[in-house]
Design a protein around this ligand. Structure first.
Ligand SMILES: *Cc1c(COP(=O)(O)O)cnc(C)c1O
Length: 420
């Protein structure tokens, strides 16, 4: 099946007379005829037991996303942040490390550089455009995985997934890719060698800004029996001696994440959130194509304006990312643009305030166009020199192009640009 069909039909096949749409199973618990059935489920979880770690509504969404990404299984989480956290904790304990691209979302950076450090997990940041030898030199004997964003938020760096996968696999460790911005419609990291794919489903997947969520997808290809990951192929005493690779084969990673981490940490989404996410997923293919179309036109308009210093959008010719974008984002580069405007902080703030259609919001990848001025909001704690280092100029705005008619978006930008 192709993507538009998977978006509508994967994950839920109604039986004769059953509801046509995925039902919201708003139940904490599941009832059985005998204690022995429940006992058997504790040994081999083949049915839902308790909604802290699985639920039929969420299960349908998990299957749909796994199918779209080309993975073997998936697990939803209550936020993108918890998907990132669990993907790392499933591999790393205190005293171990991760090698990570420095072009990542600010929330992920904070989780890695501050909170994981307090847990005793070291995250070693690397320049994603460094050559293989430099990346390899960052890997230590205790490094358990590599991590990067396929299209980074907000710097829009395109990850050379094949390069990262080659270096990771040469060192017998898996590659985790955060694929939030492209979604599986524009890029499937597993096709380029990623072993685990994560998302904030709060962005394009939902699209309508109605739920916060995340997901982890298991490619099912990594060889956990290479000697580096004994916890995947020896009995788990906290789970009646289950051996993940022996008992769950290709889905070892995701089953371990569910049985150990989701059981203990409990950051599973509510059924109602999964129902809302599923509605977003149903139109994901159609929406991603229109987002890209609109964004390309807006990028062209802005780069031709004399009020604009520069536009960062991976598919624009002459952009430092365009070669990689042609390989990894053939279908489009999603719809977030970084725009450096002429005029200082004050004038640029006035420009944002003068917009009538494009809304001022702390969000991206929404169905409605929205804008944020990082220097006075998300990055306001930074000093002037830190802003320079983070490449967040005073004139930089992050514009997330929505699904309004593109002429309306452009005329709104045009009238506000007169302020500059
Ligand atoms: C937003 C975002 C996250 C965090 O997701 P939440 O759902 O807000 O917790 C992680 N990665 C990327 C790339 C994001 O854009």
């Amino acid at each position: 099946m192709k993507n538009p069909t998977k978006c509508l039909h994967s994950g839920y096949t109604p039986q004769n007379g059953a509801p046509g749409t995925v039902p919201i199973v708003q139940s904490t618990t599941y009832r059985f005829d005998s204690m022995s059935e429940i006992s058997a489920l504790f040994d081999m979880p083949t049915a839902h037991l308790y909604s802290r770690f699985s639920n039929p509504t969420t299960d349908a969404v998990e299957q749909k996303i796994a199918d779209l990404e080309g993975g073997v299984a998936a697990m939803c989480t209550s936020s993108g942040q918890s998907a990132t956290l669990l993907s790392i904790l499933n591999l790393c304990s205190a005293g171990e490390s991760v090698v990570c691209s420095h072009a990542i979302y600010g929330g992920t950076y904070n989780l890695f550089a501050v909170t994981l450090k307090r847990f005793g997990i070291e995250v070693i940041f690397v320049d994603p455009d460094a050559d293989e030898a430099t990346l390899e030199a960052a890997i230590k004997p205790n490094t358990r995985c590599m991590f990067g964003e396929s299209l980074s938020n907000p710097t829009l760096n395109v990850l050379d997934i094949e390069k990262f996968a080659t270096v990771a696999h040469r060192n017998n460790i898996p590659l985790i890719v955060d694929n939030t911005f492209p979604t599986p419609i524009l890029c499937r990291p597993i096709d380029f060698g990623a072993d685990v794919v994560i998302h904030s489903t709060s962005k394009y997947m939902d699209g309508h800004a109605v739920q916060v969520g995340g997901v982890i997808v298991d490619a099912g290809k990594f060889n956990w029996e290479n000697g580096k990951f004994p916890e995947f192929c020896t009995p788990d005493e906290s789970y009646h001696g289950v051996v993940y690779t022996r008992d769950f084969g290709a889905a070892a990673f995701i089953v371990k994440a569910r049985m150990q981490l989701m059981r203990d940490l409990g950051c599973y989404p509510a059924a109602h959130s999964s129902f809302l996410l599923n509605m977003g997923l149903e139109t994901l293919d159609v929406r991603m194509r229109r987002y890209c179309e609109n964004a390309e036109k807006v990028a062209e308009f802005l780069s031709a304006s004399d009020k604009v210093e520069s536009v960062i959008y991976p598919l624009l010719d002459g952009n430092s990312q365009s070669e990689k974008a042609k390989k990894y984002l053939k279908e489009g580069a999603s719809a977030v643009l970084s725009v450096n405007l002429k005029g200082g902080r004050e004038r640029v703030t006035e420009f944002c305030d003068a917009l009538k259609l494009v809304c001022r919001e702390v969000h991206v990848a929404d169905i409605r166009s929205c804008i944020l001025h990082p220097a006075s909001t998300t990055h306001r704690q930074l000093t002037e020199s830190q802003l320079v280092e983070a490449k967040i100029g005073e004139g930089l705005v992050r514009l997330s192009v929505g699904l309004e008619d593109v002429d309306d978006i452009i005329s709104d930008l045009e009238q506000a640009l007169k302020i500059l």
